[in-house]
Design a protein around this ligand. Structure first.
Ligand code: PLP
Length: 379
């Protein structure tokens, strides 16, 4: 059987990794500044994480959600404490798309409406709100015909209000910072007006923190930079450091009932062990402080590269924009300089989403390689 060929692949085969270093099958080492789309949060094969997972696997990897699982309670308590959202409740699942589907569904159950508002250039996974509008013109129909999604420009509060006035909007879903779309972000004024408008019209405000969450932006959640309250927050990616863990955090206004939401794999013993290990390591290594320190260093040092027209993002969710497409640059960085970075729908943007353990010396290595690569490519 062949693989269904949906991913263009670089000719590199990683076989081992430690923290921000990946080693391929020829023994070549790479600096990982991308973490597989921001999934690696506490570093590859972090020792506390590995031993917690091994130990859990030796005891009990999985049983269904129909039995008591104290690890879910432990994960919920730790997440409440670290995020500052102790009064929220946790529903566990296995991916970002599943988290967002549950968020959209829960909103509909709550207010009996079904229309969703999302924003241009957003990405919410392969869900009913799946469409990443790449050029602000092309609106592709949602894949789930039952869920009508209206896409609006980011920061256009009057347009959001006009849609909410119609009375049929169940939820508004927005990323704390846009990931795949290219690191645009709502203004604080917009987020605050959005919160008020949703409250006024009984629409649920869903913050998609699948990529921008878990400490990456410099606060636990990126929306917390704007001093607002979210009704539902979706998380995944960094939550399990590579083990598939996703969740929604649900504010106290929602009432649970048996059978309202459900999943087979979400909340398994092994996935909870991964989730707990990530939070324990974040606390033990004070990774939030590291994010802020290394981020400030990055913003300072990147000024050495005059070809960059804009630095986007916050914390360690970063992008550098050029006035040319970055395909060749990214390839050179990987193949010749042995540094992993990422691309975006904005073809001129190079994305940097390292582990939250990344060091200033790694930033130095990147900047040297970036300068060399730009010169070699004649920019
Ligand atoms: N939401 C955001 C903001 C994302 O960036 C992604 C993935 O890139 C998703 C949702 C979907 O997550 P998953 O691929 O785990 O389904």
């Amino acid at each position: 059987m062949n693989l269904f060929n949906v991913y263009p692949l670089y000719d590199i085969t990683p076989v081992k990794a430690l923290d921000c270093t990946i080693t391929d099958n020829n023994g070549v080492e790479y600096l990982d500044l991308y973490g597989g789309h921001g999934v690696i949060s506490i570093g590859h094969t972090q020792p506390d994480y590995v031993s917690k997972l091994k130990n859990q696997l030796d005891n009990l990897g999985f049983y269904s959600n129909a039995i008591q699982n104290p690890l879910q309670v432990e994960l919920a308590e730790k997440l409440g404490k670290l995020s500052g959202l102790e009064d929220y409740e946790l529903f566990l699942c296995s991916s970002g798309a599943e988290a967002n589907e549950n968020a959209l569904k829960l909103a509909s159950f709550h207010n009996g409406k079904s229309r969703v508002i999302a924003f241009h250039n957003s990405f919410h996974g392969r869900t009913s709100a799946a469409v990443a509008v790449t050029d602000n013109k092309k609106i592709v129909a949602p894949i789930n015909a039952q869920q009508v999604v209206t896409f609006l420009p980011l920061n256009a509060i009057e347009l959001v209000e006009a849609e909410l006035e119609k009375g049929d909007v169940s939820s508004v879903i927005i990323e704390g910072i846009q990931g795949v779309g290219g690191l645009d972000e709502g203004t604080t004024e917009f987020f605050q007006a959005l919160e008020k408008a949703c409250e006024k019209h009984g629409a649920v405000l869903i913050l998609d923190e699948v990529q921008s969450g878990y400490g990456r932006s410099g606060k636990f959640f990126a929306y917390q930079h704007h001093n607002i309250k979210a009704d539902i927050i979706s998380v995944a990616k960094g939550m399990g450091n590579g083990f598939p863990v996703g969740a929604i955090l649900i504010s106290p206004e929602f009432e649970a009932s048996f059978g309202l939401l459900g999943t087979t794999f979400g909340g398994s013993h092994l996935s909870c062990a991964a989730g707990i290990a990530v939070l324990d390591v974040m606390e033990k290594l004070k990774l939030q402080d590291n994010v802020n320190e290394v981020s400030a260093y990055f913003f300072e040092q990147i000024k050495q590269v005059p070809q960059i027209i804009k630095v986007k993002g916050r914390g360690l969710m970063l992008g550098v924009e050029f006035d040319f497409e970055i395909g060749a640059l990214r390839k050179k960085l990987i193949v010749e300089k042995h540094i992993f970075t990422g691309s975006a729908n904005n073809k001129n943007l190079l994305r940097i989403l390292p582990s939250l353990t990344v060091k200033k010396s790694d930033i130095d290595t990147f900047i040297v390689a970036l300068k060399e690569s730009l010169a070699e490519l004649g920019h």
